[in-house]
Write a protein that binds this ligand. Structure first.
Ligand SMILES: Nc1ncnc2c1ncn2[C@@H]1O[C@H](COP(=O)(O)OP(=O)(O)OP(=O)(O)O)[C@@H](O)[C@H]1O
Ligand SMILES: [Mg+2]
Length: 286
């Protein structure tokens, strides 16, 4: 809508988790490396956590798009209301497995047979579960049982669990400690740092075909940081709203006062949870 006014070929600040726009801050780069390494080195379990809007699903999509040939992936993006049988069914469906009956034993036997066949031909298999904080403890226990499928020397299935910080709390439950202990690699995706806001915005604008300087004035990044605390989704929201408001008034670059005004309407979206503030201020116990 406003794209051509700002010299853009396409929207630069969509809220979809598109890996095409991925800008690798240190925390995102480390998250991506953990995912690749966990999967390719067949390390079994990988855990990726991060606040709402930090970029977890975007990282998962980047990895899924770029897995080596011969790797099969089962992906569960939506976990709301899934019980353990649903989970097995989704995994079987993604791996194109037929089962004689819809019960746990049939699924496990069929999945195990497929994984062994794939291992014999050197092929890797990955299960990715996004939003894993919504899984019930019994569904998570099922995931652990899937991770038990292994030969003496190899993990048959690499499992990536991704979720909001509540996932860590869930995994800290005593009845899930067997799963917790199996996690070989973990990374927490942080928000952007103040000095990363400008390169982040500039990268997205460049991918969309535009120039940062033509859109945002000096000092805009500070406003973005205070309005978003570095949460990429909120940065995108504020950028999109500011572009739209500036377009409707035909203002270019966007005046700071306009960005400030749009930021005021977003205060209720900030993660003001005390554990978040503690983690991001580097206090002890974080
Ligand atoms: N490193 C990054 N580079 C470019 N865009 C990013 C980056 N991190 C996040 N984003 C953008 O921020 C928005 C939110 O990202 P995403 O949906 O991946 O967050 P999430 O951590 O999965 O959030 P939720 O916990 O709500 O599922 C998306 O538009 C995404 O493209
Ligand atoms: Mg997500």
């Amino acid at each position: 809508m406003y794209e051509s006014f700002f010299g853009l070929r396409e929207p630069a600040f969509s809220l979809t988790p598109s890996p095409r726009f991925l800008w690798l801050s240190e925390t995102h780069e480390e998250g991506l490396a953990s995912l690749y390494y966990g999967v390719e080195a067949r390390r079994g379990f990988v855990l990726l956590t991060g606040e709402v809007g930090a970029g977890k699903t975007t990282l998962l999509r980047a990895v899924i798009d770029d897995l080596p040939a011969g790797t099969s992936v089962a992906v569960v993006f939506n976990t709301a209301g899934l019980d353990s049988l649903d989970l097995l069914e989704l995994v079987a469906r993604d791996l194109q497995i037929q089962v004689p009956a819809r019960n746990k034993a049939s699924y496990i036997i069929a999945i195990n047979e497929l994984l062994l066949r794939r291992l014999e031909t050197g092929q890797n298999t990955v299960l990715i579960i996004d939003e894993a904080q919504n899984l019930s403890p019994s569904a998570l226990e099922e995931v652990r049982l899937l991770s038990n499928l292994e030969t003496a020397s190899d993990k048959l299935l690499q499992i990536v669990l991704t979720g909001q910080p509540e996932l860590r709390d869930l995994l800290a439950r005593p009845d899930l400690r067997a799963l917790r202990q199996r996690i070989a690699i973990e990374h927490h995706v942080d928000f952007l740092q103040p000095e990363q806001i400008q390169p982040y915005l500039a990268h997205r604008i460049e991918i969309a075909g535009g120039r940062y300087d033509a859109i945002f004035p000096y000092g805009a990044d500070q406003l973005f940081y205070s309005a978003s605390l570095g949460c990429p989704r909120l940065v995108n929201q504020l950028a999109d709203r500011s572009l739209l408001a500036a377009y409707s008034r035909q203002l270019r670059p966007i005046p700071l006062a306009l960005i400030e005004q749009k930021a005021k309407g977003m205060q209720d979206m900030l993660p003001l949870d005390s554990s978040f503030m503690r983690r991001n201020s580097g206090e002890p116990g974080s």
